[in-house]
Write a protein that binds this ligand. Sequence first.
Ligand code: ISJ
Length: 108
Amino acid sequence: MSQPQAEEADMTDPTVRAATLLKEHRESIDRLDAILVYTLGERFKHTKAVGKLKAEHDLPPSDPAREAKQIKRLEALAAEADLDPEFAKAFLNFIIAEVIQHHKKHQE
Ligand SMILES: C=C(O[C@@H]1C=C(C(=O)O)C=C[C@H]1O)C(=O)O
């Protein structure tokens, strides 16, 4: 009947199998990295609009109450998603710090 194609990976060979799995995981990682970058780009579009509103209405660049609420929410989401909540918190704080810098520049 049908013979395996010459280029078909021999998945019974552990080295070939590992190389195939590594390639597949890396393809998924690349797609997820693209989602992360596009998602961050969209988030920054909204935070820039917020910065503009704040500058126009003389509001402070940072809102610690809102940040505390977001951190709590993100920690809960991280726990659900099997992501280290401390990492999620540090990541959000890193992004928020950048947003606040943008807002401060808007107000200069
Ligand atoms: C975007 C805002 O400005 C700041 C940035 C935040 C963020 O990046 O999520 C949250 C609170 C504010 O300190 C906001 O007030 O909503």
